[in-house]
Design a protein around this ligand. Structure first.
Ligand code: ADP
Length: 453
């Protein structure tokens, strides 16, 4: 019962309740009708026995019995006996074979599967003496119609239970339809992260409707506050762009001054480096907030991806050389596919850049690219510091930096590169994965469909 869906549980409860109710009602009705039949039989027999007794007359040499003694009305047989118990006249049912002594009052007895009720009464007939009048009725026959009803009920009962179960399930399912709608909407919001979805329940304004309406109101509020937050990030990044650009250009201007002392020069260079980091971070923030607001454009065009990859590797060669890292490439030639050029370059720059930043000095970096089954498979592998198992699932989160102090990264990172990489891969309908071991190195591999426009 525990694992059954609520719909089934309610249906079973409802059916059980209906069954018990029907059984109780039938039981009460049948026992009431049975006692009603018995009491009416008794009453009628009493009336008939006493009624016919008034019609018995002594005609001098014989007793005259009324014709009622020979008529069977409503199953009641009447007969008359003298004081010795000898039959004077009247009728006895054919099945009433037992010799029952005469005794004033009502008696019940049963034999050969039939229940009988007997009413004996004694009357004084003027001029003759005592006469016994006996009324006999078969209770089994009198209750015959009731028996039919019982049998019919037994046949109809399972059908009624089945009908109650079917109707019960139908009503419960109907009542649960709005709940299914609420669940489906909540799941959609969870899976797609689309806060603009609403339940939008229509129909009867019952408690579930009010609950759904309240949910929708809550979603309205959540959407507004999320939008505000997204806008805040993008507004703040926009505002910061200009001052950082000014700092960078001023640094450049200062560094052009040949009369700067060594100390001053290194101070300005430090400012320039930090401002450069900030500018990169602002660009990444703007990118991600545009992506969140679905404003980040993806212009796919048919490109030579092998060539772009080689160019991206070339671009990072100086940085690798500075760390004594040897870049090995295994790039299949002439792979063409539909991608956004700027985004594709960004993807490589981030992965290769990380490989160098977190790579081992005098180590190596492998960049591979190949096409398999219409998909582009790209990998960047290094033999650097690696990432621990605990940190691995978090590296795709925004601002997450796995122990930055270990990296010895010249330009402090922001923790926004990999989230951006993931977004780019997903925007191309692909997926990305990572394998890593601390002290051994990391391997980032992505796969994107090539022919998807
Ligand atoms: P960051 O700007 O800090 O490099 P990323 O989002 O690119 O931000 O990376 C997040 C974190 O993942 C990094 O701080 C680093 O700890 C870890 N990481 C990324 N690439 C590598 C790699 N090739 N080797 C080891 N650690 C890596």
């Amino acid at each position: 019962m525990k694992k059954l869906p609520l719909k089934w549980k309610l249906t079973i409860l409802y059916t059980a309740f209906m069954t018990i109710l029907t059984v109780l009602m039938l039981g009460v009705l049948l026992s009431l009708s049975s006692s009603e039949i018995l009491s009416s039989v008794e009453k009628e027999m009493e009336e008939r026995v006493f009624g016919v007794s008034e019609e018995i007359e002594w005609k001098g040499e014989r007793l005259r019995l009324d014709s009622d003694f020979y008529e069977v009305k409503n199953g009641i047989y009447l007969s008359a006996y003298d004081e010795e118990g000898d039959l004077i006249g009247g009728r006895i049912p054919y099945e009433f074979t037992q010799d029952v002594p005469l005794e004033e009052g009502v008696h019940k007895l049963s034999f050969q599967g039939i229940q009988w009720e007997i009413r004996d009464a004694v009357f004084e007939i003027p001029g003759y003496g005592k006469v016994y009048v006996r009324g006999i009725i078969s209770i089994t026959d009198a209750e015959g119609s009731l028996q039919i009803t019982v049998r019919l009920s037994l046949i109809l009962f399972p059908l009624m239970v089945a009908l109650a179960a079917v109707l019960g399930y139908f009503f419960v399912r109907r009542a649960f339809r709005p709940v299914s709608q609420i669940t489906a909407t909540a799941r959609e919001i969870y899976e797609k992260g689309d806060l603009s979805k609403r339940i939008g329940l229509t129909g009867e304004k019952n408690e579930i409707y009010v609950m759904a309406e309240t949910f929708d109101l809550m979603l309205d509020k959540l959407e507004v506050s999320f939008e505000k937050e997204k806008r805040f990030t993008s507004d703040a990044s926009h505002e910061l762009r200009t001052p950082v650009a000014v700092i960078l250009s001023q640094c450049e201007y200062l560094l052009e001054d040949r009369e700067l002392s060594g100390e001053e020069r290194s101070a300005v260079e430090a400012i320039q480096r930090k401002a450069g980091n900030m500018s990169k971070m602002i660009a990444q923030l703007l990118f991600l907030s545009r992506a969140d607001q679905s404003r980040q454009a993806v212009h796919k065009e048919l490109l030579d991806l092998s060539l772009i990859t080689e160019m991206a590797v070339e671009e990072q060669a100086d940085m690798a050389q500075a760390k004594g890292i040897r870049i090995e490439t295994d790039i299949q030639e002439g792979i063409e596919g539909y991608v956004d050029e700027t985004l594709f370059i960004r993807l490589w720059m981030n992965l290769i850049g990380n490989g160098i930043s977190y790579g081992r000095e005098q180590g190596w970096l492998k960049v591979t690219l190949k096409e398999t089954d219409g998909r582009l498979q790209g990998c960047v592998e290094d033999n650097g510091i690696g990432i621990s198992k605990e940190q691995l699932p978090h590296i795709w989160e925004r601002f997450y930096q796995a122990d930055a102090s270990r990296s010895g990264k010249e330009n402090a990172g922001s923790g926004l590169g990999l989230p951006m990489v993931k977004w780019i891969v997903q925007a191309h309908g692909g997926d990305i994965s990572v394998e890593s071991a601390v002290g051994k190195g990391s391997r980032f591999c992505f796969s994107i469909p090539l022919r998807q426009m």
